[in-house]
Design a binder for this molecule. Structure first.
Ligand code: C5P
Length: 313
């Protein structure tokens, strides 16, 4: 086949902890990641000419090499020049449903879909770990986005260990339309403010990583204890993003007053999510938020956790 249509789910972080610095300039992380069914649709097609062409209905999405989906296609051309010569260039169309620069891995999941799609289109036969290894070279969240579901991510975020699926919970997402947070800014500011408390020795990093692996949130996920999951949500980056963006802090406080299992900022923000056991509760809380914060720029979505990453439709 010369064209594929793929679904690319967003992610939220149930736990994001910054442990220390890495020699490569990134941060050593321990995260618990969760896919949600708010997804972009990606179509890829062999175009027979020697060009990568990107299109998207959302004018805010860049269509050049600054887009991770574009970089994923370039990476595949570089890695597999023979197939690139046989099939020609690639047209990539993105139907954007996931908000941009929102802490939901929208760009990474698009790149993940391009890698999975080209693997199919060019009949490369790469395994999931092989695709994840390639993906890690262009973005830390891409390996998780490929496999999805519920997982622990360590290292830069690219080392993935699956956890039992947690796909029964509902997720309210809230984001102010014109607010975006730069991920490099969030990590750099965290380093400036909290770098002194970083764990620097290899054993210390391993020990902290192990503590999260065998910690209460992982146990709560194993036991499907939804109340505990809600109470144990944690994100270090809130410490730098909330003081800088009081609107986001206010949004979190309003969610916490409105019910649900628990509320957290996802990734480097500014999207805030609230977990609920039932859809009716999610709808009620959404109404409460709309009444409490009357602002046409506040967008709300109701999604559900899902147990997969990139899907070939
Ligand atoms: O890997 P990715 O390109 O998604 O990361 C975006 C930015 O986030 C990096 O340039 C870096 O500033 C920061 N980051 C980090 N440590 C990580 C992941 C990301 O410092 N483990």
């Amino acid at each position: 086949m010369y064209s594929y249509s793929l679904s690319a789910p967003a992610k939220i972080n149930l736990h994001l902890e910054i442990i220390g610095d890495r020699p490569d300039g990134y941060h050593q992380l321990v995260m618990i990641m969760q896919s949600i069914d708010l997804a972009d649709e990606i179509q890829i097609r062999a175009n027979g000419i020697d060009q990568i062409r990107l299109s998207c209905q959302n004018p805010q999405v860049p269509l050049d090499e600054t887009n991770l989906a574009y970089r994923a296609a370039v990476l595949m051309q570089e890695q597999f020049p023979q197939q690139a010569a046989n099939y020609g260039g690639i047209d990539i169309n993105i139907t954007k449903n996931i908000p941009i620069a929102a802490g939901l891995a929208g760009g990474s999941t698009n790149a993940a879909a391009v890698l999975v799609g080209i693997n199919l289109m060019w009949e490369l036969g790469l395994t999931l770990p092989e695709l994840q290894e390639l993906g890690a070279t262009i973005g830390s969240d891409i390996p998780f986005c490929i496999s999805g579901g519920t997982a622990i991510a360590t290292g830069r975020g690219e080392e993935i260990e699956p956890l039992p699926d947690l796909d029964s919970l509902w997720v309210i997402l809230a984001k102010y339309e014109h607010l975006s947070v730069s991920t490099p800014w969030a990590y750099q500011t965290y380093r400036q403010n909290f770098g002194e408390s970083y764990i620097s020795d290899h054993e210390g990093i391993q020990s902290r990583t192990h503590q999260v692996h065998s910690g209460d949130l992982v146990k709560a996920i194993m036991n499907k204890n939804n109340q505990q999951i809600g109470q144990l949500l944690y994100n270090d980056l809130e410490k730098v993003v909330l003081p800088e963006f009081p609107q986001v802090a206010e949004l979190i406080a309003t969610f916490k007053e409105s019910g649900g299992l628990g509320t957290l900022m996802s990734g480097s923000g500014p999207t805030v999510f609230c977990l609920c056991e039932h859809k009716t509760e999610a709808l009620e809380i959404t109404q409460k938020i709309r009444s409490a914060i009357v602002n046409p720029n506040l967008n709300l979505w109701i999604a559900k956790m899902c147990n997969h990453g990139i899907m070939n439709n």
